[in-house]
Design a protein around this ligand. Structure first.
Ligand SMILES: Cc1ncc(COP(=O)(O)O)c(C=O)c1O
Length: 363
C-alpha cells in the first residue's frame, strides 16, 4: 500500500484552529470541494416543518426518496440503494465483493485503496501522466485491464485531477471489463458540477451493463457533508440482493430522507450552482493559465489541480500564505503520484475566489 502522509483533510478545520489560532468559522475552505452557496433554499425553509419525522422509523424501502433520486439522476428506482454518504456505500460494496486485486487511477481519492486493503485485497495503480495533463490514454488503459483484476474503480470526475471520462469511453471500458469479469465502480461524487452531465455520467449505462455500480452523494453539490446522504445505482440483481441482505435495515435517518426529497427537487438552486461554478471555473482556469508561476490542469468539476512552476514556491509555502489570510487550500504533497509542486483549489464565491487568486498569483 502506498503510504499516505498525514495531511490536513479539507474538513480538518479544527486542526487549523488549534495550530494557527484562527477561528474555524472565519476560514474559507478551498479544500473541501463543497458548494459555496450553502444548503438548498427549499431545504432551509422547509426542513423544520418536518422535524416530527424522527418520531417514526423511516420507510425501510425509502420508496419516495428512491423515486425522487430516480427522477433526479435518470435511473430506475429499483436500481437505487441509499446510504450514509457515499463513503458507507464504497465500504459496503467492497466488503460484499471482497476484491482480491483492484485497479485505481493514480492520483485519486485515497479512500478506495484503504477500503480494499482493509478487506484483504491488493491495489494496482494506473498512473495518469502529468505530461499528458493527467488525461487517460484509453487504448493503453484498456490493455492494462487484465483477467487477474476483479475490480476497477474510477472516480469521475477524478479527485484531484478534475479530469472526466465521457460515457462513450466508459462504455468501451465496460465492454473490456465485462469480457474479463471485472466489476467497475464509478464514483460520481462531483458529476453534477460538469458542464454536460449526460455526456459524462455513467448512470444510463447501468440499464444495459450488469458489471457497473455508480456512487453519488449530496455532500459536495448540495453542500451537506453533515447530513451523510449518498446513493448507489446498479442494475445487477445479484448485487442488489447481496447489498439488501448485508446492509442495516435503516441506512439513513428520517431527516436525511426528508432533506433528500426537498433538495433533489430544488431546480432553482441546482441551476444557480451550475451557473456559478461554470463561470468561476472558466475565469480561474484562465487566470492561472496566464501566470508564468503556475500550470493549471483544465478542470471539469468544481475544483482545479495546479502545478507550481516557480522554483521559489512549493505547496507548503502557499498553504501557509493562504491560511494566514484565512483561506485553506489543499496541499497535494501527500497524494500518491503528486508532490509539493501541486495544490488543489475549489471554486467558492466570486469575491472569495478573487481574494484567493490574488494571494496565489502575487506569491
Ligand atoms: C471522490 C470522493 N468520493 C467520496 C467522498 C466522500 O463523500 P461522502 O461525504 O458522500 O461520503 C469524497 C469526499 O471528499 C470524495 O472526494
Amino acid at each position: 500500500m502506498i503510504q499516505h502522509k498525514d495531511h490536513f483533510h479539507g474538513s480538518d478545520l479544527e486542526k487549523i484552529e488549534a495550530i494557527y489560532g484562527i477561528k474555524k468559522d472565519e476560514i474559507v475552505s478551498f479544500s473541501a470541494n463543497v458548494n459555496p452557496l450553502g444548503i438548498s433554499t427549499k431545504l432551509r425553509t422547509s426542513l423544520s416543518e418536518h422535524l416530527d419525522a424522527i418520531t417514526t422509523y423511516p420507510d425501510r424501502d425509502y420508496k419516495d426518496l428512491k423515486n425522487c433520486i430516480a427522477n433526479y439522476a435518470g435511473a430506475e428506482a429499483e436500481h437505487i440503494i441509499v446510504g450514509n454518504g457515499s463513503t458507507e456505500l464504497i465500504s459496503l460494496f467492497i466488503q460484499i465483493t471482497a476484491p482480491k486485486k483492484a485497479m485505481i487511477l493514480g492520483p485519486t481519492y485515497s479512500e478506495y485503496e484503504r477500503e480494499i486493503t482493509l478487506n484483504g485485497g491488493k491495489t494496482k495503480y494506473y498512473p495518469l501522466p502529468a505530461s499528458k495533463d493527467f488525461q487517460m490514454d484509453v487504448e493503453d488503459f484498456k490493455s492494462h485491464l487484465t483477467e487477474d483484476l476483479d475490480l476497477l474503480i474510477l472516480c469521475n470526475p477524478n479527485n484531484p485531477t478534475s479530469t472526466c471520462i465521457r460515457s462513450n469511453t466508459m462504455r468501451e471500458i465496460l465492454d473490456v471489463c465485462k469480457e474479463s469479469s471485472i466489476y467497475v465502480m464509478v464514483d460520481e461524487t462531483y458529476i453534477e458540477f460538469v458542464d454536460d452531465i449526460s455526456a459524462c455520467s455513467a448512470v444510463s449505462l447501468a440499464k444495459s451493463y450488469n458489471n457497473i455500480i455508480i456512487l453519488r452523494g449530496t455532500s459536495k453539490f448540495f453542500a451537506s457533508p453533515g447530513l451523510r446522504l449518498g446513493y448507489a445505482i446498479t442494475g445487477n440483481e445479484d448485487l442488489l440482493h447481496q447489498i439488501h441482505k448485508y446492509k442495516n435495515p435503516w441506512m439513513i435517518n428520517s431527516l436525511a430522507e426528508v432533506a433528500g426529497k426537498l433538495m433533489f427537487q430544488d431546480d432553482d438552486y441546482i441551476q444557480k450552482t451550475r451557473t456559478l461554478i461554470a463561470s468561476e471555473r472558466k475565469k480561474l482556469y484562465q487566470m492561472f493559465l496566464d501566470s508564468p508561476k503556475y500550470t493549471p490542469f483544465e478542470p471539469t468539476a468544481n475544483f482545479m489541480l495546479i502545478r507550481i512552476d516557480d522554483p521559489n514556491l512549493d505547496s507548503g509555502i502557499l498553504f501557509e500564505r493562504c491560511i494566514k489570510e484565512k483561506m485553506m487550500i489543499r496541499d497535494c504533497s501527500t497524494f500518491p503520484f503528486l508532490s509539493d509542486r501541486f495544490i488543489r483549489i475549489c471554486f467558492m464565491s466570486e469575491e472569495d475566489n478573487a481574494r484567493l487568486a490574488k494571494c496565489l498569483l502575487e506569491a
